[in-house]
Design a protein around this ligand. Structure first.
Ligand code: GLY
Length: 403
């Protein structure tokens, strides 16, 4: 890090000495990015105002979101990414037309959970960052208020889930006291709100949450629990368990991916080196567990007798997180190491899982695994598509995103 000083106004600040190593596959990734953006444009008239949710089994056609869906922002997020690359109005207009959906989310407190982070970062924060739109700024700040208000003493984290009617009795009882790893990305909304308003309490709550994630969700070997349960009356830690992974002690691939990306981006927000180092150790944990093409199975501890479903969404989130991590390393050696690993995973996606050339497909990637134990595997997933686009952009040198 280099210390810069402005002697005239006596204001000093620290600038990051960042190094973004070049990808080894510039041509391949640029061409995949171009095709992905063309695909997104071709889907605009097909989707209308709907947001994709998950593909219908055995097809490359999407089911669409009903109200109260955590995935509703990943299509607008793709539109905003495409707008940031092309500056074309068609993407902006299509993304902006979805604002009533997000207004409805703000007006419906019973829908609020940690997913406010995903929902508002990829819709209203994206809009504000790219266009300066004041309405979007206000909506995103309102969402940040709701998210921050989910920190309830004595729990050392932002409450992630609410019990729902559809939950089994045991799970519903556990949910209030559960910290989940999916929540880490959402802390970006709080870091953004802190910078935007100058009110550090948003960032304080995000840091409290991330520190608790590090203490309880990340194991000593840098694998991760999906969930960690606490006693909601006392805040006392109870133990780790899984919801979407193979077993309580296994390492769910998408959970590991959320943490790698979440800590890498949080490092860029805070310069807290423990976030960067944890992301790096978690990346080291997965390196020798990846199949040859770099695209992980849905759980890193899957035994041979289980069907080897891939999770391309985990691959895409991990690749985007690794490029972000590389961006956070001033050390050339470490930046190159994580760029190389990201390149490997992203190459696997481009070569084996990219379905943009299939004119009948409504998504970018096949073989996502939403929730294998519920039979939701081998799907297209809007978050897989979103992070695929993000990682292709990061690979070719973009560094400004909405997180
Ligand atoms: N619920 C977040 C995920 O499936 O990753």
């Amino acid at each position: 890090m280099a210390e810069l000083q402005d002697s005239d106004n006596a204001e000093s600040y620290v600038a990051l000495d960042l190094f973004q190593p070049p990808t080894a596959h510039e041509q391949r990734f640029s061409s995949a990015l171009e095709k992905a953006i063309a695909k997104v444009e071709s889907l605009i008239p097909q989707f209308g105002l709907r947001n994709p949710r998950i593909s219908k089994p055995g097809t490359r056609q999407y089911h669409f979101c009903i109200p109260d869906e955590w995935v509703a922002s990943f299509w607008p997020g793709q539109l905003w990414l495409a707008h940031s690359v092309t500056a074309r109005e068609v993407f902006k207009n299509s993304a902006r037309m979805r604002r009533p959906y997000f207004r409805k989310v703000l007006e419906t407190p019973q829908w609020h959970d940690h997913d406010l982070g995903f929902l508002f970062t990829l819709s209203c924060v994206a809009d504000y960052k790219l266009t300066g739109d004041e309405t979007s700024r206000k909506m995103a700040l309102r969402a940040a208020d709701f998210l921050a208000a989910r920190w309830r003493h004595p729990m050392p984290f932002v409450m992630c889930w609410n019990p729902m009617k559809r939950d089994g009795e045991e799970f519903a009882a556990r949910k209030t006291g559960t910290l989940n790893i999916d929540s880490m990305q959402g802390m970006a909304l709080l870091f953004w709100a802190a910078k935007e308003t100058g009110q550090s309490s948003y960032a304080d709550i995000a840091n409290l949450h991330l520190d608790t994630c590090g203490k309880y969700l990340i194991r000593d070997d840098y694998s991760s629990y999906h969930c960690y349960e606490f006693d909601p009356r006392t805040g006392k830690p109870i133990g780790g368990y899984t919801h979407q992974g193979l077993s309580d002690e296994s390492c769910w691939s998408r959970g590991q991916a959320w943490a790698i990306h979440g800590y890498a981006q949080s490092y860029l927000h805070t310069l807290n080196s423990s976030y960067r180092d944890t992301a790096a150790h978690m990346a080291d944990y997965i390196e020798d567990k990846l199949p040859e093409d770099g695209v992980p199975l849905w759980d890193y501890n899957l035994p041979k007798e289980k069907h080897p479903y891939r999770d391309t969404s985990a691959a895409a989130i991990t690749a985007a997180g690794l490029y972000t991590l590389a961006q956070g390393f001033g050390s050339v050696e470490a930046a190159e190491k994580y760029t190389k690993l990201a390149d490997r995973i992203l190459s696997g996606l481009v070569e084996h899982h990219d379905i943009t050339a299939d004119a009948s497909s409504q998504g970018l990637l096949k073989e996502g695994a939403a929730f294998v134990e519920l039979g939701r595997a081998d799907n297209m997933l809007p978050y897989g598509d979103y992070y695929y686009l993000e990682s292709l952009m990061r690979a070719v040198g973009h560094t400004e995103f909405f997180w």
